[in-house]
Design a protein around this ligand. Structure first.
Ligand code: NAP
Length: 297
């Protein structure tokens, strides 16, 4: 629940009076009337290059849901005001991204998984719960590629994506090795994740590893890889969280080694799918959302 605010009551009262801004966007987009339309969105700073609006609006179109997905870029100091305002205006759900994913925990009560991870990327403003759907993004991306999540996982990176991937794979019953450039950060994370250990990037050894996740930004808009190609093998399934470019050096090397490859757009897709399903209670139209996402990449 939004701490200190009875959001359900506020949103019930305020929902009929949608703000002028939303009404304008709605008229511009040729969608339903302001009084009936559901509004979802993304809170971050910056959010200019977000792929979430086309992905979610493709889902609304596919299922005939009268809704709109809007991006909001509040001042970094104004998170609490922004969330209370969204609540009062009847916005039903918000994704939350940098720089707010951790701070949002001081305003919204997380579900147990998000509390363990220490980060929320999806807020349900109707039920007033914060979720971390990056975890489902990792698991469902692998499952979509028929990868069995058992044995040993290596997660490269201990930032936000690394935290989500480590908890995701550990909760599937995998033993998790967390490799990070700053080893102390990997050690802090490994102390929180079940069956996890911490190592430095120079120690990467994947001989007995089944699943590899790159959760660093290495490879983003570059031809670099966090893992030398000689470490890769055909017993691996490799997810690269980086999705710009969609085909990273790591994935090219992994494919050449015979590994199963899962690009970062699948993780992005399934975190959005999970958010959509949390907010609407309906199965997401995965193919339509995927097509809309990939059309932007
Ligand atoms: P973050 O919290 O800032 O963490 C960045 C991580 O990258 C840290 O582990 C950092 O290591 C490591 N790193 C950065 N530069 C490095 C370098 N030159 N060499 C080795 N390691 C380096 O960022 P994040 O939110 O976790 O995001 C990480 C990546 O995942 C980004 O590319 C982001 O776009 C992507 N991502 C994708 C999805 C998706 O849905 N596909 C979701 C979330 C994030 P140190 O701790 O040593 O600094």
């Amino acid at each position: 629940m939004l701490k200190g605010v009875d959001c359900v009551a506020v949103s019930t009262i305020c929902y009929r009076g949608m703000p002028f801004m939303i009404a304008s966007a709605n008229a511009y987009a040729g969608r339903g009337t302001a009084s009936t339309m559901d509004v979802y969105g993304l809170l971050g700073n910056p959010v200019g290059h977000s792929l979430s609006p086309p992905m979610h609006e493709a889902a609304y179109d596919a299922l005939g849901i009268d809704a709109r997905y809007v991006t909001f870029e509040p001042d970094p100091d104004d998170l609490e005001d922004a969330l209370r305002g969204a609540c009062a205006l009847g916005i039903r759900g918000l994704n939350v991204t940098i720089p707010f994913k951790e701070e949002v925990l001081s305003v919204v009560d997380p579900n147990p998984l998000a509390a363990r991870i220490g980060a929320v990327n999806t807020v349900d403003l109707v039920d007033n719960i914060g979720y971390n759907t990056d975890v489902a993004g990792v698991v469902r991306a692998f499952e979509h590629h028929d990868v069995t999540l058992s044995g040993t996982a290596a997660v490269i990176g201990a930032g936000g994506a690394g935290r989500a991937a480590s908890f995701a794979l550990a909760d599937q019953g995998m033993t998790v090795r967390i490799y990070n450039r700053t080893r102390a950060r990997a050690e802090t994370l490994a102390a929180e994740v079940p069956n996890a250990s911490a190592l430095g990037l120079d120690d990467v050894d994947l001989d007995d590893v089944d699943v590899l996740v790159n959760a660093t930004s290495v490879g983003m808009e570059s031809d670099e890889t966090p893992v030398p190609a000689e470490n890769l093998h055909d017993g691996l399934a490799v997810l690269d969280a980086v999705y710009r470019p969609i085909e990273t050096r790591l994935l090219t090397d992994a494919e050449e080694s015979g590994a199963v490859t899962v690009d970062g757009a699948w993780m992005l897709l399934f975190q959005g799918v999970e958010a959509f399903e949390r907010w609407t209670g309906r199965d997401a139209p995965v193919d339509e959302m995927n097509a809309a996402l990939r059309a932007e990449l």
